[in-house]
Design a protein. Structure first.
Ligand code: FES
Ligand code: FES
Lengths: 821, 171
C-alpha cells in the first residue's frame, strides 16, 4: 500500500465529524464576505449599470447625472483602468465593454456612500446603443455560423462500418437546458488597502489565485502586491471558479482610485443576469447495437451553448467529450464537440463540468433503445459495462472497472429492485391514469483536472510549542466539508486529536499559485499536500522523541496526542516533544506540496490518461406520474456510491444527497428561459429570481432516500485511500429522468420509445404522456386493421428510427395549448 | 431623506434608531445593528435565509420594513442560544450535519423553532410542509428534516421528565 493511502492506527480520518464551521453556522457567527463588509463602515458600495440590449455598440456613456446624485462618489469606466481592461483568462472579457454582448452585461460601476446612492446613481447613467444583430439560441447560432473555441473529436475504430453492420440502429436528438448555480450566497467582494499598503481582497471565490491574477492584470500590479482571501462561500458549485474575479477587480479598482474600502455584493437578480451558468447542449446521436444488446458504435455531435465569451467552455466541452461513455464500453466512437457563441451570460463550470451533459447523452441512448430492443433497461445497461482491462474512447484503461457491476448488484439487492419492478408492473396494469417507473443508472466519473498542470497543490503547517497545530492549504470551503477533511488529515498525519488542529482562512499569501477548488479534486490534492507538510514535521519530531525515549526514530509512534516508542516504557505528550524540538532548534513548520503523477493528455489526438482514477456509483429512483397533468413525485431513491475509504462519512453522504438533488433539479425542474422574441427585451433572461427559477425545495424531496457508501473501496495512491465526492453524485440523478421515461412509457404501447425533453418538467412529461397515448391509440387502430402486426422490432439497420421532432416543451404552440386547454 | 424613529428589542436588547421608512428589517439588522447572522439569499422572500422571529413568530425579514418592527421584539439566530449553550435546535442541526455551506442555516433554524412552537411533534411530512418556504441549495434537505425530528424528540423526552420548556418557545 502506498504511504499516501495507508492509514495509521487510530486515524482521525474515517470518523463522522461535524462540519468544521458547524457551530459558527448554527449560531450565525460564521462570516461570509458581505458580513465582513458590514464592519467596514467607511466602505463605498459598488452598483452596476447593466445593458438593456442583447448585442449593441455603446455609442455614448454619460455619467454626469449620476455624479450629481447625492452620495455618488465615482463612476468606474474603462478610462479608469490602469492595467488591462479584461477580467478573463483568454482576453475576451472586457471588464468595461464598449460592445455589450448580452442583456444585463455590466457596462460600468457606480460607487456610492450607500447602496441606495449607488443604485440611484446607476439609474442616472445614460447609455446610448447602436443595436447589432443577436443570436440567442443554439440553433440560431449554428445557422449564423457563430462559433468560438476549437472543435474537438473523440474517435475510436471505424464508426461507419460499425453502424452499417449493426443489427439495430437508433438515433435521437436532445437539447438540455442550462442551469443556474443558485448558491444561496450571491457573489461578493470587499477590497481595501491594509496597514502595510497591501491591496487586500476578501472574495467569495473558489479560486483565490485567479482572483489575485485578474486583479493584478486589471490594476497593472505584480501579484505580490495583492492578497486575496476566501474565508468561506455560501455555496459555489463551480459558479465561483472564474465568475467572481471581474467583480473583485471592480472592487479593487474602486479602492485604488478612491482610497476607501469598496464592497460589492450582487443582489439575486444581478447575480442571475450577470454571471455564468451551466451551458445547455444540443446533441444528436446515432447508436448501433448487436442482437445481444451490446453497443457496437456511437456517432454523435454535441453543440455547447458557450454564451458571450469562452470562459471555461473549452474545458467543459473536454469533460463532456470524456464522459459520453459513462460506464459503458463502446467499441467504435465518433463524437464531435463544438461551442457556439451566443448573446447570453458566459457559460461556465457547474458541478460535473460537462460530464453531466455527456452522461445524459449516453443514458438517452439506453433509455430510447431499451424498449425498442425489448430488453429491460437495467439489464441493457449492465450488459454494456466496461470489463476490467477495457479502455475509454480516449485510451485510458478503466481502473477498478469491476467495481461497477459489484455496486450494481449490491444496489439491485438493497433496493429490492426485482420485487418492486413486479409491483410496479402490477400497479401500472391496474391504473390507467397513474403510472410508476423505476430506473437504475450508473456513474463512472474521471477524477483530476483534464489539464494536467492544474493537478498540484500546496499547504502550510505550523506546530507551536504547546503542541497546537495551525494549517493552511490552497483549497477553498464552499460547504463541501473540505476544511473538515483537511483538519482530519492533519490530525491523522501528526497523531493528534482533531481538537488540537485549527485551520486558518485560505489566502494567497499563505499558499501561492493554487488551482481552483474544482473538478472534485479539493481533498485529493490539498489533502496530499497537507499530509506532506505534516509528514515532514512528524519525521523531524520523531528524531527528537527518539532521543528522549531512547528508541530508534523509526520506532516512534504518534497517536491521539501521545508519543511513544516501541519497547519504551515512557510516554510523552505531543506538546512535550514540540517544546523539546523547539529547544533543540528543530523546525516545527513545513510547506507541503503534491502533484498527481502519471497524468497525460493530448488534446489534438484526444487521447491520454487524464484521470488519476474513476469514481463509481449507481442510483435507483422510483417515480409516479399523473397522466392528466404530467405532475410527478419521487417515491424512493437508493444510492450506492464509491468514495474510496471515506475521509469523513457524514460529510460524504451529505455530498451525495445534495449532489443527487441538485442533479434532479437540473433534469426535472430548473428551466432557464430567455426572451427569444424579436421584441425590445430580446435576450433578457426571463427567469431571473427565485420566484420564477425553480430549484428543488422540501416538497420535491424523495419520500424515501437511502444512501450507502460502497465498502470495498480503498483507493490505492490517494489520500488515506479516499476518493473524490463533489461532482459524481450529481449524475446519479439521471435515474430520475429515466424513471420518468419508463413511467411515461407505461401510457404507451409496449416497446414505444419515449422522447423526453430536458428538463423533464411536469409540462414536458405531460407532452411525453400525450405522445405515448397517441401511439397507443395508433397501435390499437392499426392492429384492428391489420391483425398480427406489432410495433416491436421495427428498428433495424434498414429501418432507422429517428425522432427529429423538437423536444415538446421547446415548442411554443404546445405551451400555449397547455395554458389554454 | 425622511427618517423615522423606531424602538425595537433585538435579541433582548432595546435599540432606538432613526431609519428611513423604506429600510427593510433585514438591512436594519445587518447594516445598522451589525447582526450579520441573519443572511440575505434571494431579496424577494422566496428563500427564507433572512428568517427571524417577530414576537416569537417567524417572519422573512426581507419582506418587512424596519418601521413595522417598531415596538416589537425581534429574535435572530444570534439571540437563541441560552447561557448554558446552544438552543436545542442549534444542537440538532450541528449534530445531524443539517448544513453544508451554512448560508440557509440561520433561517432554517429560526423557521424550525417556529414550526415546533406550532406543532411540537411533527412527522416528516409536516416538517417538509412547514419548512417549504426555506430553500437550501446544498444538503438535499434530508438532514434538515432529520435534525428537526431529533430536536422534537429530544424536547419531547425532556418535557416528559418535566425538565425544560419546549423547543418552540421563543427565548
Ligand atoms: S432573503 Fe428573505 S426570503 Fe430570501
Ligand atoms: S447549507 Fe448551503 S444552502 Fe443550505
Amino acid at each position: 500500500m502506498s504511504t499516501l493511502s495507508k492509514r495509521p492506527v487510530n486515524p482521525v480520518v474515517g470518523a463522522s465529524e461535524p462540519h468544521e464551521s458547524a457551530v459558527g453556522h448554527v449560531t450565525g457567527r460564521a462570516l461570509y464576505t458581505d458580513d465582513i463588509s458590514t464592519v467596514r463602515r467607511d466602505a463605498l458600495v459598488a452598483w452596476p449599470v447593466q445593458s438593456t440590449q442583447a448585442h449593441a455598440l455603446i455609442t455614448a456613456l454619460r455619467t454626469d447625472r449620476a455624479l450629481a446624485v447625492p452620495g455618488v462618489v465615482r463612476v468606474l469606466t474603462a478610462d479608469d483602468v490602469p492595467g488591462h481592461n479584461d477580467a478573463g483568462i483568454w482576453g475576451d472579457e472586457p471588464l468595461f465593454p464598449t460592445e455589450v454582448m448580452y442583456y444585463g452585461h455590466a457596462i460600468c460601476w457606480v460607487l456610492g456612500e450607500s447602496t441606495e446612492a449607488a443604485r440611484l446613481g446607476a439609474a442616472a447613467v445614460e447609455v446610448e446603443y447602436e443595436t447589432l444583430p443577436s443570436v440567442i439560441t443554439v440553433s440560431e447560432a449554428i445557422a449564423a455560423g457563430s462559433f468560438q473555441g476549437t472543435p474537438r473529436v473523440s474517435r475510436r475504430g471505424d464508426i461507419d462500418a460499425a453502424l452499417s453492420q449493426a443489427a439495430h440502429v437508433f438515433s435521437g436528438e436532445i437539447e438540455t437546458s442550462g442551469q443556474e448555480h443558485f448558491y444561496l450566497e450571491t457573489h461578493a467582494s470587499l477590497a481595501y488597502y491594509d496597514e502595510g499598503d497591501q491591496l487586500y481582497v476578501q472574495c467569495s471565490t473558489q479560486n483565490p489565485s485567479e482572483a489575485q491574477a485578474v486583479v493584478a492584470h486589471v490594476l497593472g500590479l505584480p501579484r505580490n502586491a495583492i492578497t486575496v482571501q476566501s474565508l468561506r462561500m455560501g455555496g459555489g458549485f463551480g459558479g465561483k471558479e472564474t465568475q467572481p474575479h471581474g467583480l473583485a477587480a471592480v472592487a479593487a479598482l474602486g479602492a485604488t482610485l478612491t482610497g476607501r474600502p469598496v464592497r460589492l455584493r450582487l443582489n439575486r437578480t444581478q447575480d442571475i443576469t450577470i454571471t455564468g451558468k451551466r451551458p445547455g447542449f444540443q446533441m444528436t446521436w446515432t447508436a448501433g447495437f448487436n442482437d445481444d444488446g451490446l453497443l457496437v458504435g456511437l456517432k454523435a455531435s454535441m453543440t455547447a451553448d458557450g454564451g458571450w465569451c469562452l470562459d471555461l467552455m473549452q474545458a467543459v466541452l473536454s469533460r463532456a467529450l470524456c464522459h459520453f461513455d459513462n460506464a459503458y464500453w463502446i467499441p467504435a466512437v465518433e463524437v464531435h464537440g463544438r461551442i457556439v457563441k451566443t448573446h447570453k451570460t458566459s457559460q461556465t463550470a457547474f458541478r460535473g463540468f460537462g460530464g453531466p451533459q455527456g452522461v445524459l447523452l449516453i443514458e438517452d441512448v439506453f433509455g430510447k433503445a431499451a424498449p425498442a430492443l425489448g430488453i429491460d433497461p437495467a439489464e441493457l445497461r449492465r450488459r454494456n459495462f466496461y470489463a476490467p482491462g477495457q479502455a475509454t474512447p480516449y485510451g485510458q484503461v478503466v481502473k477498478d472497472a469491476e467495481r461497477m457491476p459489484k455496486i450494481w448488484s449490491k444496489l439491485l439487492e438493497s433496493c429490492a429492485f426485482e420485487r418492486r419492478q413486479n409491483e410496479i408492473a402490477a400497479f401500472n396494469d391496474s391504473h390507467a391514469h397513474v403510472k410508476r417507473g423505476l430506473a437504475i443508472t450508473p456513474i463512472k466519473f474521471g477524477i483530476s483536472f483534464n489539464a494536467s498542470f492544474f493537478n498540484q497543490a500546496g499547504a502550510l503547517v505550523l506546530v507551536y510549542q504547546d503542541g497546537s497545530v495551525l494549517i493552511n492549504h490552497g483549497g477553498t470551503e464552499m460547504g463541501q466539508g473540505l476544511h473538515t477533511k483537511m483538519i482530519q488529515v492533519a490530525a491523522t498525519a501528526l497523531g493528534v486529536p482533531r481538537s488540537a488542529v485549527r485551520l486558518a482562512p485560505t489566502r494567497t499569501d499563505k499558499v501561492p499559485n493554487t488551482s481552483a477548488t474544482a473538478a472534485s479534486t479539493g481533498a485529493d490534492l490539498n489533502g496530499a499536500a497537507v499530509k506532506n507538510a505534516c509528514d515532514q514535521i512528524r519525521e523531524r519530531m520523531a528524531v527528537v522523541a527518539s532521543g528522549l525515549l531512547g528508541v530508534n526514530p523509526a520506532d516512534v509512534r504518534f497517536s491521539d496526542g501521545a508519543v511513544t516508542g516501541l519497547g519504551a516504557a515512557e510516554q510523552l505528550s505531543f506538546a512535550e516533544v514540540a517544546t523539546a524540538a523547539y529547544l533543540q532548534r528543530v523546525q516545527l513548520s513545513a510547506a507541503g506540496y503534491y502533484r498527481t503523477e502519471g497524468l497525460h493528455w493530448d488534446q489534438e489526438s484526444w487521447t491520454g490518461s487524464p484521470f488519476s482514477y474513476f469514481a463509481f456509483g449507481a442510483a435507483a429512483t422510483e417515480v409516479e406520474v399523473d397522466g392528466f397533468t404530467g405532475a410527478y413525485r419521487t417515491r424512493r431513491v437508493d444510492i450506492v456510491h464509491d468514495v474510496g475509504d471515506s475521509l469523513s462519512p457524514m460529510i460524504d453522504v451529505g455530498q451525495i444527497e445534495g449532489g443527487y438533488v441538485q442533479g434532479a433539479g437540473w433534469l426535472t425542474l430548473e428551466d432557464l428561459r430567455w426572451d427569444t422574441s424579436n421584441g425590445p427585451t430580446r435576450g433578457r433572461l426571463l427567469t431571473q429570481s427565485a420566484s420564477t427559477y425553480k430549484i428543488p425545495s422540501f416538497s420535491e424531496m424523495p419520500e424515501e432516500f437511502n444512501v450507502t457508501l460502497f465498502d470495498e473501496a480503498h483507493e490505492e495512491g490517494s489520500i488515506y485511500g479516499s476518493k473524490a465526492v463533489g461532482e459524481p453524485p450529481l449524475m446519479l440523478a439521471l435515474s430520475v429522468r429515466e424513471a420518468l421515461r419508463q413511467a411515461v412509457g407505461g401510457f404507451g404501447p409496449a416497446g414505444h420509445p419515449v422522447t423526453l425533453a430536458s428538463p423533464a418538467t411536469p409540462e414536458a412529461v405531460f407532452w411525453a404522456v400525450d405522445e405515448a397515448r397517441a401511439a397507443t391509440q395508433a397501435a390499437t387502430t392499426q392492429s384492428a386493421m391489420t391483425p398480427g402486426t406489432t410495433t416491436q422490432g421495427t428498428s433495424t439497420a434498414a429501418a432507422v428510427t429517428t425522432d427529429s421532432e423538437q423536444p415538446p416543451s421547446l415548442t411554443p404552440e404546445r405551451s400555449s395549448i397547455l395554458a389554454n386547454p | 431623506m425622511v427618517q423615522t424613529t423606531i424602538t425595537v428589542t433585538v435579541d433582548g436588547t432595546s435599540y432606538t434608531d432613526q431609519v428611513e421608512p423604506r429600510m427593510l428589517l433585514v438591512q436594519y439588522l445587518r447594516e445598522t445593528l451589525g447582526k450579520t447572522g441573519t443572511l440575505i439569499g434571494c431579496d424577494t422572500s422566496n428563500c427564507g435565509a433572512c428568517t427571524v422571529h417577530l414576537d416569537g413568530v417567524s417572519v422573512k425579514s426581507c419582506t418587512m420594513f424596519a418601521v413595522q418592527a417598531d415596538g416589537h421584539e425581534v429574535t435572530t439566530i444570534e439571540g437563541i442560544a441560552g447561557a448554558d449553550g446552544l438552543h436545542p435546535m442549534q444542537t440538532a442541526f450541528h449534530e445531524n450535519h443539517a448544513l453544508q455551506c451554512g448560508f440557509c442555516t440561520p433561517g432554517m433554524i429560526m423557521a424550525s423553532i417556529d414550526l415546533l412552537r406550532e406543532n411540537p411533534n411533527p412527522d416528516e411530512q409536516m416538517i417538509r410542509d412547514g419548512l417549504e418556504g426555506n430553500l437550501c441549495r446544498c444538503t438535499g434537505y434530508q438532514n434538515i428534516v432529520k435534525a428537526v425530528r431529533s430536536a422534537a424528540e429530544t424536547e419531547a423526552a425532556k418535557v416528559e421528565l418535566g425538565a425544560t420548556i419546549p423547543v418552540g418557545q421563543p427565548s
